[in-house]
Design a protein around this ligand. Structure first.
Ligand SMILES: [Zn+2]
Length: 407
């Protein structure tokens, strides 16, 4: 009792009537906002939870190292939060790698699962989450950062008005390991490497929640479509899949490896659907596919293969360049015959995190301005305009038209 009493801040005018009363008086004094003695402690404001589910591995694209990853920003407080600015920092050099506000923040921000009538995607309601998709080109000459940090500016939208706050997360080490080096998945060309890092609903932003985790398996997926020299993808009636230049092309092992899966159970329609493509169950979306184990927990996926064309079986060892199957249009392949190719960290087409990869060599002969330009039939720019030439140990840039070595 004596010891407890010594903790009580008793003023000259206060009377402590009993020892049992002391702790209550103390608690009331500490909780009271009208306490006369102001604390010198810095004000604490709860804001958001920031997670990076998959730390980035640097990958070279068009001469620059890139980091592709996501910030999952969750509002666990009963107050709406409006994001206003996101900065990416090199945590060790204290330099800024990127800053995003207004339209640039908007176009990289996703609200997976949100209702379509969401008025402002920058406002994260109580209990809700936003995902910020980064595809960050680093300074050409610089060494990639060892650790990343993020400074997020936001407004807490209280009934009394907006309160500005800045939150910095803890430093996160990037995975400073080389991207897996691959040989060509197809021969010759020209082939267009279709992908769009910022396309909402595209591969890079498609999150799948399987086995209790949200993942992006096709973070670095490319849809390969074969063109001819006139930049068309089919001859004659393009609703007939056999008329596409790439249909039936040989699909090649990108490295020595072991076949982890070879599934060939899905027939294809001879023609593309006239209107909107029919809904396809998630388990059938990949169509006929081959998965190649490349070692070190890396797997290459070849999807939408031609029914009846798969030439390998699970467990079989294959050599780089070996024909695995033929390009087809099975599964969810609404854009027409193409090879969907990606690398991920598990032997599962959807329950895996997409990993970067580079091709040993390819020649850039042109580029489409955007994936939309390709879809609308706008012709591609020539190699001179599109920084063409031989590229080595790179991931092809979005929507470039390339030739691979052997014919
Ligand atoms: Zn695809």
């Amino acid at each position: 009792m004596q010891r407890l009493k010594s903790f009580v801040p008793v003023s000259a005018t206060q009377t402590v009537r009993s020892a049992a009363f002391v702790p209550i008086a103390l608690v009331l004094a500490l909780c009271s906002s009208t306490a006369s003695a102001e604390s010198a402690r810095p004000r604490l404001t709860q804001t958001v939870d920031i997670q990076i589910p998959s730390l980035p591995i640097p990958v070279r694209i068009a001469g620059k190292k890139h980091l592709a990853y996501e910030l999952h920003i969750t509002n666990l407080r009963p107050v709406d939060v409006a994001l206003t600015r996101i900065e990416v920092l090199d945590a060790d050099r204290k330099s800024r790698l990127g800053e995003f506000s207004d339209a640039e923040l908007d176009e990289r921000l996703g609200r997976p699962g949100a209702r379509p009538d969401l008025a402002d995607k920058r406002v994260i309601g109580a209990g809700m989450r936003a995902v910020f998709y980064l595809w960050l080109a680093l300074d050409e000459a610089g060494v990639p950062p060892g650790r990343l940090q993020h400074r997020i500016e936001l407004d807490l939208i209280r009934p009394s008005g907006r309160e500005h706050a800045i939150v910095e997360d803890g430093a996160s080490a990037i995975r400073n390991e080389p991207a897996v080096v691959l040989d060509a998945p197809v021969r010759g060309g020209p082939w267009v490497a279709l992908y769009e890092p910022r396309l909402v609903g595209g591969h890079r932003t498609s999150i799948y929640t399987l086995d209790g985790r949200a993942r992006i398996p096709a973070r670095f997926a490319i849809d390969w479509v074969k063109l001819d020299n006139d930049a068309t993808h089919a001859h004659g009636d393009e609703s007939r899949i056999a008329n596409w230049h790439g249909y039936g092309a040989e699909v090649l092992a990108v490295a020595d490896g072991t076949v982890a899966a070879a599934v060939d159970d899905m027939p294809e329609d001879a023609t593309l659907p006239a209107g909107a493509p029919p809904a396809i169950a998630l388990e059938n979306a990949s169509g006929n596919y081959v998965t190649l184990s490349l070692g070190k927990g890396r797997y290459a996926f070849y999807e939408h293969l031609k029914h009846g064309s798969i030439r390998v079986r699970a467990g079989e060892r294959v050599k780089s360049g070996q024909v695995l199957a033929l390009l087809g249009n099975s599964g969810s392949s609404s854009s027409g015959p193409h090879l969907h190719f990606h690398v991920s960290d598990a032997n599962s087409d959807l329950a895996a995190e997409g990993l970067p990869y580079v091709f040993r060599s390819f020649q850039v002969v042109g580029a489409f301005e955007t994936i939309d330009a390709y879809a609308k039939g706008v012709s591609w720019k020539s190699a001179q305009e599109a920084a063409g030439g031989m590229r080595k140990m790179e991931l092809p840039a979005a929507n470039t038209v390339v030739m691979f070595g052997s014919q």
